[in-house]
Design a protein around this ligand. Structure first.
Ligand SMILES: *[C@@H]1O[C@H](CO)[C@@H](O)[C@H](O)[C@H]1NC(C)=O
Ligand SMILES: *[C@@H]1O[C@H](CO)[C@@H](O)[C@H](O)[C@H]1NC(C)=O
Ligand SMILES: *[C@@H]1O[C@H](CO)[C@@H](O)[C@H](O)[C@H]1NC(C)=O
Length: 436
């Protein structure tokens, strides 16, 4: 029998021990027991999924309605931005060409502004394969008929259209008048006016007919073969310009990183105080490599996992990840020097894409154009070990004061549910949810 005072001392001791064990001070401290204490959680990939995204039946099973005998004219799609943004706009443009009963000319990939280089559509994608795969969906030509080949296309500006406009009403007249137009699609087509054959054409173009050129595939395969297997392709985004653009506040970054961010900042001041907290809790802030490593550990991704870093050259604070996940490789170390330095931005982006659609696992710290494209192609190939880390969940849990094992537990649950329900990765209109 314990006497009363002794009992309270024992209780106090147990409580203190409990507190010490479960309040590992900082989420980044990575103390040994905060790693071993959840080792009984399975790796996230081993969970049974309940829902997955698959190509919609109306696209794959329905034969396309016959092409009109008469073409209303020629359309060239002009694409800007990074590789996957250009691809997205091009796919929309292919659907619009079908909608307008037009003939498609090969697109213009306007890459100079973004990448400071000149690799066009044919340098990245296999043109003959594209034309062959679009047979029956939309007419595509490599060369214009002689009477209009010498003209520049009439530019139709879609960006200034208000609201959800209709391409047949607002673009067809210009096409009929000029016979050859160029346009950059705006994502505001009225969906109720977008017939299934237009949508199916878009889907076919984007997810079936676009294949990298032979030489890019060969280079991609070389890179793929050099990566130890099995491996996780991790699309990590933490570059000065994207951090500056996010207007997020970060503490504890190196002075080199802070300087680089300041240089990219221009007039985009970071939010401060309460506004900064709200902004962060809405999931607006890119995850640092540190935070990424923490979340990966919360998902029970073993720290000896082979990781391919699908990332640009300007990545900051990488040690925050590589000090924990030590088997991480980048293309700059896997490719020979000559190969790497002679490579264009688009080519490098294409290689990251190629590796990522062929990796055992894919995790992105952001849900950008590349991530959407990679997730869709992986779904086409039946590769479902794909996950998007939740910036929102991380921000909300840490602002609630969760630390250590409690933070890990909360992050695990949020991502477990995302993975099992295929949430956080809504795919385009071409994909439908499928109950398993
Ligand atoms: C396209 O062709 C189909 C069939 O020939 C026709 O029904 C439809 O109205 C045409 N649409 C346009 C915008 O010309
Ligand atoms: C872009 O190209 C121009 C001309 O070739 C060159 O002078 C400039 O330094 C390049 N800029 C970057 C950021 O590479
Ligand atoms: C990231 O983690 C490292 C240790 O891995 C630590 O030294 C550094 O302070 C952390 N940075 C931030 C921003 O928390």
């Amino acid at each position: 029998m314990l006497k009363k005072p002794l009992l309270s001392i024992v209780v106090l001791l147990i409580v203190s021990l409990f507190l010490i064990l479960f309040s590992s001070s900082s989420p980044f401290s990575g103390t040994p027991y905060s790693i071993t204490s959840f080792s009984d959680r399975p790796e996230i990939w081993s969970l049974r999924r309940v829902v997955e995204w698959r190509p919609c039946k109306w696209w794959l099973q329905q034969p396309p309605s016959p092409l009109p005998a008469h073409s209303n004219g020629y359309i060239r799609v002009d694409c800007y931005g990074g590789l996957n943004q250009m691809r997205r706009d091009f796919c929309d443009g292919v659907g619009i060409a079908r909608l307008l009963n037009a003939t498609l000319v090969l697109p213009k990939f306007e890459v100079a502004a973004y990448w400071n280089e000149s690799s066009g559509f044919a340098d990245v994608f296999d043109v003959d394969y594209f034309i062959q795969e679009m047979n029956g969906y939309v007419k595509v030509v490599k060369d214009l008929p002689a009477d209009i080949a010498s003209k520049e296309p009439f530019r139709v500006d879609c960006s200034k259209r208000k609201g959800r406009f209709d391409y047949v009403e607002s673009v067809l007249p210009a096409l009929l008048e000029h016979r050859y137009i160029s346009m950059t699609p705006a994502m505001s087509q009225r969906r109720d006016r977008y017939p299934l054959h237009g949508k199916a054409t878009l889907c076919q173009a984007c997810y079936t007919a676009l294949r990298l050129t032979n030489s890019l595939e060969k280079k991609g395969l070389e890179l793929l073969q050099a990566i130890p297997k099995p491996f996780l392709s991790l699309h990590l985004r933490f570059e000065p310009d994207m951090v500056a653009y996010s207007q997020c506040e970060y503490f504890g970054l190196s002075s080199t990183s802070l300087k680089a961010i300041e240089a990219a900042r221009a007039d985009r001041k970071p939010w401060a105080g309460e506004a900064s907290r709200i902004w962060r809790n809405r999931g607006k802030c890119p995850l640092t490599p540190n935070e990424t490593a923490l979340i990966l550990q919360a998902l029970s991704v073993p720290t000896n996992t082979n990781i391919y870093l699908a990332a640009g050259d300007g990545l900051m604070e990488l040690e925050g990840l590589t000090s924990v996940y030590t088997n991480a490789v980048r293309k700059s170390t896997l490719l020979s020097d000559e190969d790497f330095t002679s490579m264009h931005g688009n080519t490098k982006a294409a290689l990251d894409y190629y590796v990522s659609i062929n990796s055992d696992y894919y995790i992105a710290t952001y849900f950008g154009n590349m991530d959407k494209m990679v997730a869709a192609i992986r779904a086409m190939k039946g590769l479902y070990k794909t996950l998007f880390l939740s910036r929102r969940a991380f921000a909300v849990f840490t602002s609630q004061g969760l630390r250590g094992e409690r933070l890990m537990e909360a992050l695990w649950k949020a991502h477990r549910d995302d993975f099992v329900m295929s949430r956080g990765s809504a795919l385009s209109d071409c994909f439908c949810e499928f109950q398993l």
